[in-house]
Design a protein. Sequence first.
Length: 79
Amino acid sequence: MSMLLRSVVVGLCVLVLSGCGSIISRAVPGQGHGNQYYPGVQWDVRDTPWRFLTIIDLPLSLVVDTLLLPVDAKHGPYE
């Protein structure tokens, strides 16, 4: 596999896996808080037995939620 293709595949995997809380809170009905800013971060800090994954996902969800802030603002206003 060429170096460029390998880099693209790794980059896509990182993007898909990094925003797990962000993606779930926006895409899966009933899973996220919805209709608010930074729903992925709020989804990550909820009280669950999977809390250890928050250490990995929270910083990445923060980045993805920040990038999606203009989209959330367009769908607002939120309380």
